[in-house]
Ligand binder design. Structure first.
Ligand SMILES: C[S@@+](CC[C@H](N)C(=O)[O-])C[C@H]1O[C@@H](n2cnc3c(N)ncnc32)[C@H](O)[C@@H]1O
Length: 280
């Protein structure tokens, strides 16, 4: 693999990303999730933090929690609740356990074979739905784990709202080719659109559905978006085998970053379900 000896130094010193280090380790996936959590927080500020179901909840489950960034972020803000994160990735769970906030626990399990002895008021699945192969089984498991009247919050990407000024043609083409790869392997990046119908067959009512655009300079910093796009391109190359010219990506991002009227938009899908019926 090509290594590009560039270290990005942003004006915002808290955002630094060593591309060489990222390429030579598994750090890029770790940092990808960390940065994604910074970028997506605006949707929680808009819809979650003031939702009475959230403020009154005392027990919280997060399915597909990764390294635990999201739960720890929530636990820092809402420290009176009890949290449990579940993921199939043993290494991510080990990291999460070693870095857990007070009141946050993690365990390594496959969500399709969940075996937990407790029930929860709230269940999250963040940036998970588009990776699911068996959405109906996933919803049934969520229903089993929830208390009566409990709620599910699903947060997923909404690709159609991705837009940039000045335009980023190489990066846009990389995302298009990623979409094609997804189709080839039978995955569906728009699976969240099917969830409302499936959920009503699994004992849930749809309480709200929002698709929201967020932009750099308003909802998150330009630097954070820069970093996310760069790491995404590395991951798309390494994980999906999409042909990516990282030097070109970096040149494009650099001139975007220099532009005084730069703008970068992303979309998020926020779906809230309520368990109103028992399944069996
Ligand atoms: C894109 S990551 C999102 C992580 C986290 N929710 C976040 O927002 O940072 C998707 C996660 O789902 C986990 N996952 C995928 N299939 C799973 C399964 N069958 N059981 C449990 N976790 C699973 C992956 O290991 C990965 O950590």
């Amino acid at each position: 693999m090509r290594t590009i000896p560039i270290k990005i130094q942003f004006i915002d010193k808290s955002v630094q990303f060593d591309l060489v280090k990222a390429q030579n380790s598994t750090d890029h996936w770790f940092r990808h999730l960390e940065v994604q959590n910074i970028i997506t927080e605006f949707i929680d500020r808009q819809f979650l933090y003031t939702d009475p179901d959230w403020t009154n909840a005392t027990s919280v489950l997060d399915l597909g929690c990764g390294h635990g960034f999201y739960l720890n972020q929530l636990a820092q803000k809402f420290n009176e609740k009890k949290y449990l994160g579940v993921d199939i990735d043993q290494k991510a769970i080990e990291y999460a356990q070693n870095n857990a906030e007070k009141n946050v626990k993690f365990c390594c399990q496959d969500l399709y074979h969940l075996n937990l002895n407790e029930k929860f008021d709230v269940c999250f699945a963040k940036l998970l739905v588009q990776h699911l192969k068996k959405p109906q089984a996933f919803l049934e498991k969520m229903s089993e784990q929830l208390n009566e009247n409990g709620v599910v919050y699903l947060i997923d990407g909404h690709d159609d709202f991705k837009r940039f000024f000045p335009q980023l043609p190489s990066i846009t083409s990389i995302y298009q080719r990623l979409g094609e790869k997804y189709k080839q392997i039978g995955a569906n990046r728009k699976l969240i659109y099917d969830i409302p119908l499936l959920a009503s067959n699994c004992g849930f009512d749809i309480e709200c559905e929002n698709i929201v655009a967020g932009s750099s300079g308003r909802n998150f910093s330009h630097e954070t978006l820069y970093e996310m796009l760069l790491i995404n391109c590395i991951i798309i190359q390494q994980t999906f085998g999409v042909d990516v010219d990282l030097a070109q990506v970096q040149t494009e991002l650099h001139s975007w970053y220099q532009h005084p009227q730069k703008f970068g938009g992303i979309g998020l899908h926020f779906l809230k379900l309520r368990k109103t019926r028992k399944l069996h």
